[in-house]
Design a protein around this ligand. Sequence first.
Ligand SMILES: *[C@@H]1O[C@H](CO)[C@@H](O)[C@H](O)[C@H]1NC(C)=O
Ligand SMILES: [Zn+2]
Length: 342
Amino acid sequence: MGVPSHGSSGLSSIWTPRSFLLLLLGTSLVTPSVYQPVLDSLYASLRQSSLFTASTFETWWTVIIYAIIEVTYTYRFARNPQLRLANHANHGTASPKPIPKMRRPKHRMVEGLTYISPLLLLDLTLIKKYAGVPVQDMVLSGNYHLSSVTKTIHGTFLAPTLHNFTLSSPLQTRRAVPTAPPTSRELVLQLVTSLFIYDTLFFAFHLSLHHPKFASIHSQHHNHREINPQITNQLDIFERLGLVLLANFSLNIIGSHVLTRTIFVLIFVWLLVDIHSGMDLKWGYDKILPPGWASGSKRHSIHHRVGNRYYAPFFNWWDDMHEWICKRRVDRGGLAVASEST
Ligand SMILES: *[C@@H]1O[C@H](CO)[C@@H](O)[C@H](O)[C@H]1NC(C)=O
Ligand SMILES: [Zn+2]
């Protein structure tokens, strides 16, 4: 009451989500037993659900989560000109720019279908091979007989196996999942590691997409006047598939649990929409993380504007290194020119 704020409210309020996150991560890592009962019962009910054990679950899950998060961001974007980075550029002197042309949710069926179809094709033809699932369960889910093929079907995700198509089982509709949930420690470590691996892989993929050879693929994602949440999924099929497969690989290579994958989708989609938000949001993830760690909407909107800097999606490390290398190259070049001329 009556305490002067001295403009420090911005500083103190970011500590709300920050402390919450720290507490959640810290306790998940240090005292997993606290979370085990919750994870046990959550996972037990998921495993009972035929939605969760459908081979197409992750495809639907991703679409639903994307729809919820992106529409929420788009709504904020359209209603809050003062939050838009494009209006910050003119220091509030000019009148706000007109809202870029947005697509309405009901007109986005085609976008949804082009996302879903290639993934559904994979879902309905390949056996799902998740870490922690006995090979026998995978084999049975793929309509094979245990006796005949166990030896020729490998449990690793690196060796894909087609469904055994028959009249009574024309498609791969189920997925075998582990019997036990992960601990909260495993969950958090897998989430953090897979996000870091993805950030690294996508940095490299993105850098190569900016090679003139692939310009026609990636130009679709840069084809806009002002960056806005809908640009997140404005992607060529090839690029979108690359993005999904890299995320899948990042999860698979460390043997992530199926529950980790389910939660990964929530975080991953949120981060992707956040960096494309085109807004300076109070609780952007880059502000919640320690300063300098994350790219956030500001860096990524610079990337969309200039196209030759800041390729990493979520974090700053690779870009900072890339900038450093480029700068050295320029400096060296400058030196070489200088020594030649003397
Ligand atoms: C993702 O990885 C799983 C597990 O290995 C695999 O079964 C599935 O087909 C992959 N999904 C996509 C879309 O690549
Ligand atoms: Zn982008």
